[in-house]
Write a protein that binds this ligand. Structure first.
Ligand code: FES
Ligand code: FES
Length: 437
């Protein structure tokens, strides 16, 4: 392979062809260009140049008839075909194949392959190094990489999923310093009415235990171009807000942190919040009576011009902040829900879907979700919250009108109509959605 050149009479030892074919918008076969093929080709070209791999050339290709598996590339003279879906995949192909001479088996397209391979869940092994009672119903948990190395990097607002011994998968925001990869700090609220994940963690997890977690994913990032930041946390919603305050301290940025709980005793991470936010911190203890809680018109009315507001906590608090900041514009109001919105009395109708990568037609009955129907068809679709809160089940939509029911996508994202959360969102009645699945 590329690192072990044998054909010294060749002009280039290695030739990489990347499909960048562009089909018309909404074409049911989709194309490598719509799946990011051109950007990936540019990344590969840049990295090859940066690494000084002068025996390697990268060329744009038209359709190579592996459209359902794309974006596709082939590396000659090895004749190894790859698919890839993110920059990490690109980097691994460069490091392993081009530099190390080893195929990246998980990304290889087999010669007779017609369908995407089932994706293995990319889990990290961690060991619990500390568990503390923060309040009567909130525990803090610190985990470290089981091999003693660094954990993946993350940015403030990110969450990971913990896989419980009972097979549940639950999301928890990272409260630790994003610059410190030696451990992750989580906060877990015991929720007896939930599906059992937090109760299992409260009753079972202790120092020394091994757990599996997913890599960090961020649906609630800071916009560090804002001139000032108003951070509002309700209860356990302090966890991502804590990571944000740490980041903003590091940037020497202006912020205020408003922390809403019922009582001082029911306030998790108090010492840490006070040490990190200092004079920027204001507590709002309402004793269970929201009318004695945070005065949003004052908090937001006094905000510096151009400030962004970030809120995490119960839906009632998020709704109140969004209403109070309605004039700010959506791009300045950031929120993350930890539990689903109450039933909005949606009416379900059946609709059809077409799975572009499998050339498969399916019908979604009124009493099923797309996720359920796709799984019943034998497709290994990933999910976590199954309530439209986490984006794990997000799928690209090639055509068709979507009825969005998630709590993640912005109004602009929804209006663009090119992506959806298949655990909750649906097609309009009588509609056919063409999905990149
Ligand atoms: S569009 Fe890329 S292989 Fe066909
Ligand atoms: S699984 Fe969380 S949004 Fe669908």
């Amino acid at each position: 392979m590329a690192s072990q050149p044998q054909h010294t009479d060749l002009f280039y030892e290695t030739h990489i062809l990347c499909c960048c074919n562009q089909r018309p918008e909404g074409h049911p076969r989709s194309c490598c260009a719509d799946r990011g093929g051109r950007n990936f080709m540019e990344s590969i070209s840049r990295r090859v140049a940066e690494m000084g791999l002068t025996n390697v050339t990268v060329t744009e290709a038209g359709c190579m008839e592996r459209c359902e598996l794309g974006p596709a590339m082939v590396i000659y003279p090895d004749a190894v075909w790859y698919t890839y879906e993110n920059e990490d995949d690109v980097e691994e192909i460069i490091e392993s194949h081009l530099k190390g001479g080893q195929r990246v088996e998980r990304l290889v397209l087999d010669p007779d392959q017609k369908l995407p391979k089932p994706k293995a869940l990319d889990l990290l092994d961690v060991v619990v190094s500390d568990v503390r009672d923060e309040t009567a119903d909130i525990k803090s948990i610190v985990v470290k990489a089981a091999d003693g190395g660094d954990l993946p990097k993350f940015e403030a607002g990110a969450h990971i999923d913990v896989i419980t011994a009972t097979g549940l998968r639950r999301s928890y925001s990272l409260a630790s310093n994003p610059g410190d990869r030696s451990s992750y700090l989580l906060g877990v609220l015991r929720e007896p009415a939930s599906r059992g994940g937090s109760v299992w963690i409260h009753d079972n997890v202790k120092p020394g235990d091994r757990l599996q977690i997913t890599r960090p994913l961020n649906n609630f990032p800071l916009d560090d171009s804002a001139p000032a930041h108003i951070l509002i946390a309700g209860g356990i919603g302090i966890t991502p807000i804590l990571a944000m305050a740490r980041t903003l301290n590091g940037l020497d940025a202006k912020y205020q942190l408003h922390y809403c709980t019922r009582t001082p005793e029911g306030t998790a991470f108090r010492k840490e919040v006070e040490a990190i936010a200092g004079d920027s911190l204001t507590y709002h203890h309402d004793g269970g009576d929201p009318s004695r809680g945070i005065k949003l018109d004052e908090v937001l009315g006094d905000a510096p011009a151009g400030a962004h507001v970030y809120v995490c906590g119960p839906k009632t608090l998020i709704d109140a902040v969004r209403a109070a900041a309605a004039e700010w514009g959506e791009e300045r109001v950031h929120f993350e829900l930890f539990s689903a919105a109450p039933d909005q009395n949606y009416i379900n109708e059946p609709f059809d879907i077409y799975l572009s990568r499998r050339r498969m037609d399916l019908t979604v009955p009124a009493d099923r979700t797309i996720l359920e129907v796709v799984r019943e068809a034998g497709i290994n679709a990933d999910s976590s919250c199954e309530q439209g809160l986490c984006s794990t089940c997000q799928v690209r939509v090639i055509s068709g009108e979507i009825e969005h029911r998630d709590q993640i996508l912005s109004t602009q994202d929804k209006a663009r109509g090119d992506t959806m959360m298949i655990c909750v969102s649906r097609g309009k009645a009588g509609e056919k959605l063409v999905l990149d699945l």
